[in-house]
Design a protein around this ligand. Structure first.
Ligand code: PAF
Length: 281
């Protein structure tokens, strides 16, 4: 495995690989890697001869500067994990390498990016599209891998690929959870032991709501989740929305879609956690 910091060096390496007929998989990350990322890399390694993992905390997608400052940076440990997973290249550029000048491009995929995270984190998806499109243009992968935990991000990236005609197959990978249900996230490292226990009520509520939904309406399921989180010590609900998994628009009854997903964002202390569950697919 090779650690690369510059675009020119990465391009030169990938040119040789491409000329040798190798398929290239890209796993974009912001580092602080955990088993969720490892599952993306495993799949990428199984499906491509060459796997590039980008490890870059992208400043343009943080609407909260404090969040950017607190974001864990663990390149050495990340490289150890990626070596074990047989990644070919780790691409860890500096901010200046990626943004030698401010990126003024505007991406708008309304209504996909105006709801949920788009509403609560203005500018976030614009920043995600800036970095992901740059990575796509630098790496020119055959396939790119993203986790379904960031459900809305995945939908927006699929739309960007469609609208910009990137010849890249986007692969969504299932959420990886701890044994007790907590969705893996780089932010979990910021939870105290007590908060870690309190955060369990997020996935527990989603699992229970799936059972509840089988004999209740969309509105009743919405209320069930809101009440359960309100009754959970240490948790504060930002939003829970029951949406069509393709359009990300709210549904009002189960019959109106074949793909129903519940997306939730909850604060546990000052740590913002997201999760989701599929009710129908
Ligand atoms: O999901 C993430 O970790 C980031 O949003 C991504 C896709 C790596 C872009 O910075």
């Amino acid at each position: 495995m090779k650690l690369i910091h510059t675009i020119n060096e990465l391009r030169a390496e990938l040119d040789v690989q491409r000329k040798a007929g190798k398929k290239i998989g890209l796993v974009p990350t912001m580092g602080a890697l955990h088993d969720g990322h490892a599952s993306l890399v495993k799949l990428a390694v199984a499906e491509n001869e060459v796997v590039v993992v980008s490890d870059f905390v992208n400043p343009t997608q943080f609407n909260d500067k404090n969040d950017l400052l607190k974001y864990p940076r663990t390149l050495e440990a990340d490289c150890e994990l990626l070596e074990k997973e047989n990644a070919t290249y780790v691409f860890a550029p500096s901010v200046e390498e990626i943004y030698p000048e401010p990126d003024t491009r505007q991406f708008s995929y309304a209504p996909l990016d105006t709801v949920m995270e788009g509403k609560f984190r203005p500018g976030h998806f614009n920043g995600v599209c800036q970095i992901v499109s740059k990575l796509f243009m630098i790496v020119e992968p055959d396939r790119a891998y993203f986790g379904e935990k960031d459900f809305q991000q995945l939908a927006i990236i699929r739309e960007m690929v469609k609208q910009m005609n990137f010849p890249i197959e986007i692969i969504g990978c299932p959420i990886v959870r701890e044994h007790d249900g907590l969705a893996l996230s780089s932010r979990n490292a910021r939870l105290s032991d007590v908060e870690r226990q309190q955060a369990l009520n997020i996935s527990k509520t989603l699992f229970l709501s799936k059972e509840f939904a089988s004999s209740h309406t969309v509105a009743e399921t919405q209320q069930f989740v809101e009440d359960a989180i309100a009754a959970s010590e240490g948790l504060e609900l930002e939003y829970f929305e029951l949406v069509d998994g393709n359009t990300l628009q709210k549904i009002s009854n189960w019959e109106e879609t074949t793909y129903a997903v519940g997306c939730i964002t909850v604060y546990c202390g000052d740590v913002r956690l997201i999760d989701n569950i599929k009710y129908k697919e």
